[in-house]
Design a protein around this ligand. Structure first.
Ligand code: PLP
Length: 437
């Protein structure tokens, strides 16, 4: 019987029998068993420990099991675990205030969702209602979430204001290493990518476009650092054509880049900001939209046709309050900035100097990608089998990696220490030295 199995085997058996996993053919899956964690480490039931350089899905910014966040959740659970979204609740107000305090001037309201995808759904909804336009432009190299059909499948009145005839148009964003624009300098890439976006806007008909939706730094697509001037140029195009700019800060927000928001410092202020992951490091599922005053004002007298049973769930709200306070008090965002500049960046550049398989290293804070190539001249990506081997070899050395396409994303929690970075760099070094190609 199952009670005779070890807990690792029992977990694997129950998972195989009954758990249906995201983005996978289920048959051959052998998910890693994780039972516990602390800081930048996680472990299984047999006590085998891994250094977590994935932050799970690039969301555990504050590290695993931060005591202040756990306490915030426990205290709230004892007070009130759940309440309807239509009520006023102290934890919800405190969480919203802490979020807008970190946003640019002119952002004073937060709509809470269950995660990142529905944050983007609602930001798109707001932009469409604000502009009276339908089309949403976003880049090919992007990830914004996995919902979309639920409200259109809905049968009651809430469906009607959400039935848009036209949908989504994609364009190419900047990516100098594999430029779509034959650019060889960042200046060229910026200029040509903006020209391309303007031509897409004009070709689709500027007056049909509600929003440009962009990850401030595309994450899953490869930590694609926008070249100087690109975001400002997109803002300028949006202003010229009356288009809302939605910046998706789901992966990059709340410390990952060494700033509270990735767009900080670019001089760009969007119209809507979406967030999730880092806001509470995923201790309880949550996301949301930070709404500029101009858009929020639309819904002072007009009904907002959107809502969720768990919007502003007390346990999630308490975890946000505790996480943001602890991140501030403990200088966790500053640590991410410093360690990126002092340790991760130079460390990865040193690996690049040593290993020809590394084509490019890019990133900042605790948000980096190592792009692996079969040939530095042609920049041909390494084959999927090479990446599978790399993942296996890293795990065999007790490093939990984030591997995507031909890249290793180096994305530890923001609390990562110099010695943990040194440990990880030594493991990457050892694996990249293997005969991989
Ligand atoms: N937006 C970005 C930039 C993301 O990286 C993700 C998830 O990885 C999402 C949105 C979707 O978030 P969720 O999985 O919480 O729905």
């Amino acid at each position: 019987t199952t009670t005779e199995l070890g807990l690792n085997d029992l977990t694997a058996q129950l998972d195989k029998a009954h758990v249906f996993h995201s983005w996978s053919a289920q048959g051959a899956l052998k998910p890693l068993v994780i039972a516990g964690g602390l800081g930048c480490r996680v472990w299984d039931h047999d006590g085998r420990t891994y250094l977590d350089f994935s932050s799970q899905l690039v969301n555990v910014n504050i590290g695993h099991q931060h005591p202040a966040v756990i306490k915030g959740i426990i205290d709230q659970a004892q007070l009130l675990t759940t309440i309807a979204p239509s009520t006023a609740n102290l934890a919800r107000g405190e969480a919203a205030k802490r979020i807008v305090d970190r946003a640019p001037i002119g952002f004073n309201k937060v709509f809470f969702t269950n995660g990142g995808a529905d944050a983007n759904e609602n930001a798109i909804r707001m932009a469409r209602l604000h502009t009276g336009r339908d089309t949403v432009l976003s880049t090919y190299r992007s990830y914004h979430g996995n919902t979309g059909a639920a409200i259109v499948a809905t049968g009651d009145w809430r469906r009607i204001p959400n039935e848009f005839a036209r949908g989504h148009v994609h364009f190419f964003g900047p990516y100098l290493y594999r430029s779509e624009f034959w650019a060889t300098t960042p200046e060229q890439e910026t200029e040509r990518a903006l020209r391309h976006l303007e031509r897409v806007i004009q070709s689709e008909g500027a007056t049909s476009i509600a929003a440009v939706l962009l990850e401030s730094i595309p994450g899953t697509a490869g930590v694609l650092m926008p070249p100087p001037g690109y975001l400002a140029g997109v803002r300028e195009l949006c202003d010229r054509y009356g288009i809302m700019l939605i910046l998706d800060e789901v992966m990059v927000g709340f410390g990952r880049t060494g700033r509270w928001f990735a767009f900080e410092g670019s001089g760009v202020v969007p119209d809507l900001i979406t967030f999730a992951k880092g806001v509470n490091s995923g201790y309880v599922p949550v996301g949301g939209v930070i709404i500029s005053d101009a858009i929020a004002a639309d819904f002072d007298s007009t009904v907002f046709p959107g809502g969720l049973t768990y919007s502003g769930h007390p346990l999630a709200m308490a975890s946000i309050v505790a996480a943001l306070d602890a991140m501030t008090d403990e200088g966790i965002v500053e640590n991410a900035a410093r360690i990126g500049t002092d340790a991760i960046g130079p460390g990865l550049e040193a690996l690049k100097a040593k290993h020809p398989i590394i084509g490019e290293v890019r990133g900042e804070g605790v948000f980096w990608a190592i792009e692996l190539v079969a040939d530095r001249e042609t920049r041909e990506p390494v084959a999927p089998a090479v990446m599978a081997r790399i993942k296996t070899e890293l795990l065999a050395r007790n490093l939990l990696p984030f591997v995507q396409d031909n890249r290793i994303h180096v994305v530890p929690p923001c609390v990562v220490t110099d010695s943990e970075v040194a440990e990880a760099l030594a493991i990457y070094d050892e694996v990249l030295a293997l005969d991989l190609l």
